[in-house]
Design a protein around this ligand. Structure first.
Ligand SMILES: Nc1ncnc2c1ncn2[C@@H]1O[C@H](COP(=O)(O)OP(=O)(O)OP(=O)(O)O)[C@@H](O)[C@H]1O
Ligand SMILES: [Mg+2]
Length: 227
């Protein structure tokens, strides 16, 4: 049993390799994230935060290097193995919420639980509890297009937490929130982390919020450094 929830080893990612418009975004990024740790990821726009999170979250493949989740190396594994690892272990909050437009807020949080084998009754109860905790329960029957940007982000956060992940990866989850609501969501995140021992890596441009996390890492010139 390892205490390391996520380990990134020498990750490299190049878009359009070999073409004239080749972009080398990650150039050997390393990170070790332990149980219960909440880490801020900061970097200027275009530095590669979303790229790093997508690779760490098994949504995209690295060009080389290793993603290790709870001791299991997942680089080069089948799509099916990666999907299973992601579904059971990782909650992801996208930079642009990616909620399913034809489903309500509540349904968006229920569906990933059903896909993971949770009963409908338990999934609904958990979805309602999560929405309550981030202050969006009065909008649970609304579709994403009927919600404000900040409400959509909060629903997306609940969806990421739906299956009780060991690892939360969040790409600017408070970008559309006023400071008070951002603080409230961060508090909920910390509560859940304390209760479950989850680890979190959170990209943010909000330096005040970053300062409240356990550690801050900076992505610069394709590598991660401790701030
Ligand atoms: N699919 C892609 N094909 C080619 N280049 C890409 C692709 N996705 C991202 N890039 C490039 O990779 C670099 C990093 O992009 P990324 O989205 O990871 O940055 P970011 O740090 O998340 O920026 P922001 O703060 O604006 O969200 C950028 O130069 C971007 O243009
Ligand atoms: Mg981004």
């Amino acid at each position: 049993m390892t205490d390391l929830v996520l380990e990134l080893r020498n990750l490299r990612k190049t878009y359009n390799a070999g073409c004239v418009n080749e972009v080398e975004v990650l150039k050997g990024a390393d990170l070790r994230l332990k149980r219960g740790e909440v880490v801020a990821l900061i970097a200027p726009s275009g530095a590669g935060k979303s790229t790093l999170l997508h690779v760490a979250g098994l949504l995209d493949q690295a060009s080389s290097g290793e993603v290790v989740l709870a001791g299991e190396a997942l680089t080069g594994r089948s799509d099916n193995a990666r999907t299973m690892a992601r579904r059971g272990g990782i909650g992801f909050v996208y930079q642009f919420h990616h909620l399913l437009p034809e489903f309500t807020a509540l349904e968006n949080i229920i569906l990933p639980q059903l896909a993971n084998g949770t009963s409908e009754r338990a999934a609904k109860a958990r979805a309602e509890d999560l929405l309550e905790r981030v202050g969006v329960s009065d909008r649970k029957g609304h579709r994403p297009a009927e919600l404000s940007g900040g409400q959509q982000q909060r629903v997306a956060f609940c969806r990421a937490m739906a299956n009780g992940p060991q690892l939360l990866l969040a790409d600017e989850p408070t970008g559309n929130l006023d400071p008070e609501t951002a603080d409230q969501m961060f508090e909920t995140l910390m509560e859940i982390t304390r209760d479950t021992g989850m680890a979190a890596l959170i990209a943010t441009h909000n330096h005040e919020l970053a300062g409240k996390m356990d550690r801050v890492v900076k992505l610069e010139n394709g590598v991660l450094t401790e701030v």
